[in-house]
Write a protein that binds this ligand. Structure first.
Ligand code: SF4
Length: 318
């Protein structure tokens, strides 16, 4: 069921996920489209998330935005510094400004990073995690992982897991999507693009997500005047994903854009996406056991030991 409407305020609105936004020329959403999008969200009872560009919006846009309950997704590079205080999610596109986050410890952060930078700099995360409410790490080149990368990623997750265990012992409750989400989840909690959320672009058309808009503006799923028209909409649902519906890596993003890019099917994940998510799942299992050595912790949660890293390898048992 649709729950969220994501509104891109500009063609240069920040990426907050796997895809890059190469658009450099401002293309502000027309005010009447913004208002029509807000109306659509109200009528459909959707929670609205606004994705900001890096420049300050005109006053009448701020007024329209504040007319409805919403969340703000803002890049750390945004020139409108007043937004840093108001933002619900602040996105880092590299590691250089990460210490800036310490100024706003109550916020959620997204760090978009390549695997190479993560492998090189993950030790910086220890202090960061102890200072902020939540960190989501998005690896922007998951599809390039190979066997050597998997080994290295496993070791990095192990180190981060040890750090998090110590923080729990010290009375902190750090949240890192890669390791703590699976511990808290009892069912799939994936991105949900095309299923629980859709995106309105500045051209007044709806898209499965921001990445689909960037890749091909003709690939729309309706518009604010005529409403939604999602072709084969069942394909965006977990039930119609033969591999994912047999999986318990509940924290996985299950990125349909990445699926289409790597396998040409929105409901079929790549091997790389699955292995990376299972390394995180298994490390979460270890983290849970380690924290429980220090006392009762989420006694009802069970993460089973498994002997595979890609559910596709178990398809004969389904
Ligand atoms: S790990 Fe693979 S099978 Fe499991 S939810 Fe993620 S993409 Fe789907």
């Amino acid at each position: 069921m649709l729950q969220y409407l994501i509104i891109l305020l500009d063609d240069t609105s920040t990426s907050y996920c796997h895809y890059e936004n190469p658009k450099k020329d401002a293309g502000l959403i027309p005010l009447n489209i913004l208002k029509a999008g807000i109306r659509f969200g109200m009528v459909e009872n959707l929670m609205i998330q606004f994705v900001y560009p890096d420049y300050e919006l005109p006053g009448e846009y701020k007024e329209a935005i504040e007319s409805i309950d919403h969340s703000k997704i803002v890049s750390s590079l945004c020139n409108d510094k007043s937004l840093a205080d108001e933002a619900d999610v602040i996105v880092f596109h590299d590691w250089s400004g990460i210490s800036y986050a310490m100024t706003f410890p109550d916020k959620s952060y997204v760090l978009r990073t390549t695997k190479a930078k993560l492998f090189e700099r993950y030790l910086f995360l220890k202090e960061f995690l102890s200072k902020v409410a939540r960190l989501n790490i998005v690896i922007t080149d998951i599809e390039t992982f190979d066997d050597g990368d998997y080994e290295q990623y496993k070791l990095i997750l192990h180190t981060l897991s040890e750090n998090i265990e110590k923080m729990y012992v010290d009375g902190l409750a750090p949240q890192l999507n890669l390791l703590t989400d699976r511990i808290m989840l009892k069912e799939m909690n994936n991105c949900g693009a095309g299923d629980t959320n859709i995106t309105l672009a500045p051209n007044g058309k709806f898209y499965i997500c921001h990445a689909f808009y960037i890749e091909n503006e003709d690939d729309c799923i309706g518009d604010v005047k005529r409403g939604l028209d999602i072709k084969n909409k069942q394909l965006y649902k977990l039930k119609y994903s033969p591999i994912c519906s047999h999986c318990d890596a509940y924290q996985c993003k299950r990125c349909v854009w990445l699926n289409r890019k790597t396998t040409l099917e929105v409901n079929t994940p790549s091997h790389e996406q699955c292995v990376v998510a299972h390394l995180e799942r298994n490390s979460s299992c270890e983290l849970l056991k380690s924290i429980r050595k220090h006392g009762k912790f989420l006694p009802e949660t069970e993460i089973q030991e498994i002997d595979y890293l890609d559910p596709f390898d178990k398809r004969k048992e389904w």
